[in-house]
Design a protein. Structure first.
Length: 76
């Protein structure tokens, strides 16, 4: 399950978060959130653990586009 932080309510009661996450691996996508959302991350992680998530993965940067050769394109 992948959750984008800016698409969720990041303050209790976390109404957009499923009640039962038992056994799920949850990826928190931070690539589209601001510093205020990141500051509340600890509380959100505790809530996800409390709902039974088996694992939490944090992704912080957007993927870079690949060029035709299959190598990553240089940043502009």
């Amino acid at each position: 399950m992948k959750l984008r932080i800016n698409q969720l309510s990041t303050a209790p009661p976390y109404i957009d978060l499923p009640n039962d996450l038992t056994g799920h691996a949850v990826t928190l996508d931070l690539s589209h959130c601001d510093d205020d959302h990141k500051a509340a991350l600890g509380e959100l992680i505790n809530e996800i653990r409390g709902r039974g998530a088996a694992r939490i993965v944090i992704a912080d940067s957007p993927r870079e586009p690949e060029g035709r050769s299959g190598r990553r394109a240089a940043a502009a």
